[in-house]
Design a protein around this ligand. Structure first.
Ligand SMILES: *Cc1c(COP(=O)(O)O)cnc(C)c1O
Length: 427
């Protein structure tokens, strides 16, 4: 039988890279234990919600056509509402991705003349076209919905003073992005988000507060909906899908706002009553069931990567020690060749498509070329081990996911292996 060292060698990891990884991992035992404890808490939360709503095998049956009385769909939406402690939720395969879920939550609850305010600075790249920051067909701007933005302070915290000026009688909705996305600012903790929401509501109590929760679910033991968010929105090919959901998005929040989302998703008059679940329900339920421990694996990978690259002298966000509020790890690799090598290493560690070579490319929704590494079971799934690097300074690579900790670890070691081979790093 091969030893573990020989297994890594077969994978193409040289002994100095393996040894380096071992030294780093040895220092992380306490962090990993804390992550496991949080996963345990969140696992209870999910199982309790499933038991309370009497999830049964009948919930997994195929529903077609209009989808009236689709038991699996309707029960799953109650389960999500209980997990997020909200009045209602919309969880559907017809919501095609996270951007779509966010666009839906916005367009369903804003009307011509209303203003949307982002209090967390520039939103995620794809939202620029949704809002109309970059002119785009069908944007909110085309429908007469205005937008204003309050940039974060230099240290990445909320600029409360300018938030108070930005909220006017036109302000209908405020959006807060929990995760850094493709930026190098820190991600927000749920408590920080709660403080921002409380501040906004003191100025104008009826403002709808929406949180883009992508990559944040199950990282902490509370969610933004526990601290006053009226809507929380995310993608099922990220954390809450647990790697099994093949498509989908969710919106959880106040009943009236979720009802509006239903009418916008399908049609006025029809709303949430239609939308057959087409056999994907078992993967949605089972994915949610796995999500707390899958998220924990991804977090361990992110912390491992932070510690590896920090000790090699690279700037990493978050750093190797600070608390985590999402699963994304940014590593500033300084030169484009290193971004390419890093992504090729991640790709080479994948269970699927390990033999393909990622190249930088123009992607819809992004304003520079992007190189993406993903050898995923679900196309583009970023709860699976994946890395994205926009080809622009500071040449940061954004690394996330890993359905299992051993795979996340392999991917990071392989990224280092490729940097060593390209003579960009010496151990
Ligand atoms: C991924 C992501 C989105 C968009 O989700 P897609 O599924 O890629 O459309 C929006 N906001 C944040 C913060 C994200 O991480």
């Amino acid at each position: 039988m091969s030893s573990i060292e020989e297994m890594y060698e077969q994978m193409g990891i040289c002994s100095s890279v393996h040894k380096f990884g071992k030294q780093i991992e040895a220092k992380l035992a306490k962090r990993f234990l804390e992550i496991d404890e949080r996963a345990e808490y969140n696992q209870m939360k999910v199982i309790l919600a499933m038991q309370k709503n009497r999830v049964s095998e009948a919930c997994f049956h195929y529903a077609s056509g209009y989808g009236y009385d689709d038991l699996g769909r309707d029960t799953l939406e109650k389960v999500y509402a209980d997990v997020f402690h909200t009045e209602a939720a919309l969880v559907r395969p017809q919501i095609t991705c996270g951007t779509h879920a966010l666009a839906l939550a916005l367009s369903a609850n804003l009307r011509p003349g209303d203003e949307l305010v982002s209090v967390a600075g520039k939103p995620y790249d794809t939202l620029e076209e949704v809002i109309g920051i970059r002119p785009s067909k069908g944007s909110l701007a085309e429908y007469g919905i205005t937008y204003s933005q309050v940039d974060l302070l230099e240290d990445g915290s909320f600029d409360f003073e300018n938030i108070s000026h930005a909220i006017t009688e036109k302000t209908k909705m405020v959006t807060i992005q929990r995760s850094k996305g493709y930026q190098t600012r820190p991600s927000f903790s749920v408590d920080q988000i709660g403080a921002a929401i409380a501040f906004v509501k003191r100025i104008k109590p009826d403002v709808i507060c929406m949180v883009d929760n992508c990559y944040g679910e199950f990282v902490e033991t509370i969610e933004p909906s526990d601290v006053g968010a009226d809507l929380v929105v995310g993608s099922l090919i990220k954390n809450p899908g647990g790697g099994l959901a093949p498509i989908g998005g969710y919106i959880a929040g106040k009943e009236e706002l979720i009802e509006n989302c239903g009418y916008r998703l399908t049609s006025p008059g029809l709303g949430r009553e239609v939308g057959a679940s087409l056999g994907v329900m078992q993967s949605f339920y089972q994915g949610l069931f796995l999500a707390p421990s899958v998220t924990a694996s991804a977090l361990k990978g992110a912390i491992f990567a932070a510690n590896i690259y920090e000790s090699l002298g690279y700037a990493v966000v978050p750093n190797g020690r600070e608390s985590r509020h999402d699963i994304i790890q940014a590593v500033e690799l300084k030169v484009p060749e290193a971004v390419i090598a890093f992504c090729r290493g991640i790709q080479a560690a994948a269970p699927v498509d390990s033999y393909v070579t990622p190249e930088p490319w123009a992607m819809p929704g992004y304003d520079s070329d992007v190189i993406m590494a993903a050898g995923a079971f679900v196309q583009g799934s970023s709860i699976e081990l994946s890395a994205d690097g926009p080809m622009k300074p500071p040449y940061a690579v954004y690394f996330q996911g890993g359905l299992t900790w051993p795979h996340a670890k392999l991917g990071i070691l392989m990224s280092l292996e490729y940097l060593v081979r390209a003579k960009l790093v010496t151990l």
